[in-house]
Design a protein around this ligand. Structure first.
Ligand code: ATP
Ligand code: MG
Length: 236
């Protein structure tokens, strides 16, 4: 499997949380998984995972300050999961990122890339884009625009995650239900994640999701689907 990039047309839709908990579910399913956080925006993944990372990160590797291994920290609570933080702030270049991912792909079963801006993404080097939208018209339209741009730049595959879904979703202009959202964005559905105060609490306190919770199960099913298994959506 090639690297997977998190994306959305709009900020704050839950990309970092989804990346973290999907990566954690993949690792728990026995897949050696790396979260790579790029540095254009602020860091999130160390806080969501509740880990202290090494002082180095992607920027340090790309500027030759350290070796790749020195920029990667294991996530103690989840054997098989590793994190490479953004590190030193340097202007990122998509060719350099593509090169780094090619090297990392030899060592890991799954690589999830978070925090990247569209302009610096090596679109053709990525195997899959995970588009995270909320069921709001602003987010859906922005994701629809981004998905057109990504396909225009040669993206191989985009899968959709509808996140932060309240118990009752008010219909939005042009997309009456999930099918409408899927059609507008033009990407196959990978998962639907409920609005969850517990997820918000976990993400903000660096605690794992509760065992046996529906939210944890939803992430396990998303990870299983990524691994090619047929799993029910759990949330409609
Ligand atoms: N399903 C959910 N239920 C409740 N809260 C959620 C859910 N998903 C995300 N959140 C909360 O929404 C906020 C934004 O999440 P997150 O940082 O993952 O978004 P992001 O898309 O990575 O943002 P940015 O674009 O700034 O990188 C966080 O406070 C997070 O806890
Ligand atoms: Mg984020």
């Amino acid at each position: 499997m090639k690297s997977i990039a998190m994306c959305s047309g709009k900020g704050g839709t839950g990309k970092s949380c989804v990346a973290t908990y999907v990566a954690e579910a993949l690792a728990r399913a026995g897949q050696k998984t790396l979260l790579v956080e790029l540095g254009e925006d602020s860091r999130s993944l160390d806080l969501i995972l509740g880990v202290t990372t090494t002082a180095f990160g992607v920027g340090d590797v790309l500027s030759g300050v350290c070796e790749i291994e020195e920029a990667i920290s294991p996530v103690d609570r989840t054997p098989g999961l590793f994190l490479m933080p953004p590190g030193a702030e340097i202007p990122l270049n998509s060719e350099e990122i593509a090169d780094l991912l090619r090297k990392l792909e030899k060592e890991y079963d799954y690589i999830l890339v978070d925090g990247a801006r569209f302009q610096t993404l090596p679109v053709k080097a990525l195997g899959l884009f995970l588009m995270v939208t909320t069921p709001d018209s602003l987010s859906v339209r922005a994701c629809a625009d981004l998905s057109r741009r990504l396909y225009g730049k040669g993206a191989k595959e985009i899968r959709l995650i509808i996140n932060d879904v309240p118990p009752r979703v008010p219909p939005i202009e042009g997309a009456e239900d999930f099918d409408g959202i899927i059609d507008m964005i033009g990407a196959q559905l990978l998962g639907v994640i409920p609005q969850s105060p517990k997820l918000r609490y976990s993400a903000n306190s660096g605690m794992p999701l509760d065992d046996y919770s529906l939210t944890l199960k939803v992430f396990e099913h998303i990870a299983a689907r990524l691994m090619g298994r047929r799993m029910p959506l759990l949330v409609r």
